[in-house]
Design a protein around this ligand. Structure first.
Ligand code: F6P
Length: 322
């Protein structure tokens, strides 16, 4: 048996650990693994390399992805996908593991319609994939943001300033919620409470003023990019409070760095299970982690159904702001 593996979409810390697990699990089963470069583009342009156990040594702790990645919109065209399947057939490759986010899992589902068995492994710092409690990279990104919040608190406090910190999360506020709670942010803006709504701005201003009256020397507001721009929030706040406001946009540094222990563990479990499922002739599934257990989720669900923020944590965020 020969299996191809790609990493696709935005990179996330732990993708390398997932590749390693795919390769090593396959080696245990005498299955060959071929890594294709730059995600779906590599399948079409035939950029590949055979991966044996030695090829994935010393990568478990590395961020990024040794297979590189891309956002390859061309792949939504049927004739482009057909070309990829033809290329894989010509190399006697039976099936594919896709390590990536929601868009990549969507493309993976479309590939199965062309007859190629595919298993998806959820990897995205945004944690916005339906069917799994965690996607690979989320935990590391949250830890990165938490570390930044501590540093920002120092300077915010020294200058008695308000900081609006914008984190990643186009469609989902999971990084803001988890990092905001763990990092002790004073106000967490979530996408279901758009900040353009004057009431919410008013709410933030009330928190800033109440904290100032209580003798607190800083206020840290965290906002996911999907909920609006930190600059817009700052402009709105300046109109309603005398406090000094500063903006910090964390951007792509959230995607980098050595993966946390949890991301390495999750990636190892999911990568190895993806190979196991293909060996059992299963296809069109994402392997996820739900309620402390491995789960098999139909690929179609991963991009048609919406994940939800943990309601307990959302409640907690509201109760602990101030
Ligand atoms: O990987 C998801 C994500 O981190 C989003 O939160 C963000 O909007 C996006 O990637 C930006 O990615 P890029 O600039 O690589 O297209």
């Amino acid at each position: 048996m020969r299996i191809a593996v790609i990493t696709s979409g935005g990179d996330s810390p732990g993708m390398n650990a997932a590749i390693r697990a795919v390769v090593r699990e396959a080696a245990n089963r005498d299955i060959e693994i071929v890594g294709f470069f730059e995600g779906y583009r590599g399948l079409v342009e035939q950029q590949y390399q055979k991966l044996d156990s030695a090829a994935v040594s010393e990568i478990i702790d590395r961020g990024g992805t040794i297979l590189r990645t891309s956002r390859y919109e061309e792949f939504y065209k049927e004739q482009v996908r057909e070309k990829a399947v033809k290329n894989l057939n010509s190399l006697n490759i039976d099936s594919l593991v896709v390590i990536g986010g929601e868009g990549s899992l969507h493309a993976a589902h479309l590939l199965t319609l062309s007859g190629l068995p595919v298993i998806g492994v959820p990897a995205s710092i945004d944690n916005d994939i339906y069917g799994t409690d965690f996607s690979i990279g989320f935990d590391t990104a949250v830890n990165t943001v938490v570390a930044v919040l501590s540093k920002i608190r120092d300077t915010a406090s020294a200058h008695e300033r308000v900081f609006v910190v914008e984190v990643m999360g186009r469609r989902f506020g999971a990084i803001a919620l988890h990092a905001g709670l763990a990092g002790g942010a004073d106000y967490i803006c979530l996408p279901d409470t758009p900040v353009e709504t004057p009431y919410i701005l008013e709410d933030i201003i009330n928190v800033i003023e109440a904290r100032y009256r209580a003798g607190k020397r800083h206020t840290i507001i965290i906002i996911p990019e999907g909920a609006g721009s930190a600059y817009d929030v700052a402009t709105g706040l300046r109109a309603g409070t005398e406090q000094e406001i500063r903006v910090l946009i964390l951007g792509h540094m959230q995607r980098g760095g050595s993966p946390s222990a949890w991301d390495r563990l999750l990636a190892s479990l999911l990568g190895s299970t993806a190979v196991e499922l293909l060996a059992e002739n299963k296809t069109n599934l994402m392997v996820g982690w739900k309620n402390g257990q491995l789960v098999e989720v139909p690929l179609a669900e991963t991009f048609t159904l919406q994940p939800a923020l943990n309601p307990k944590l959302v409640q907690l965020a509201k109760r602990l702001s101030i």
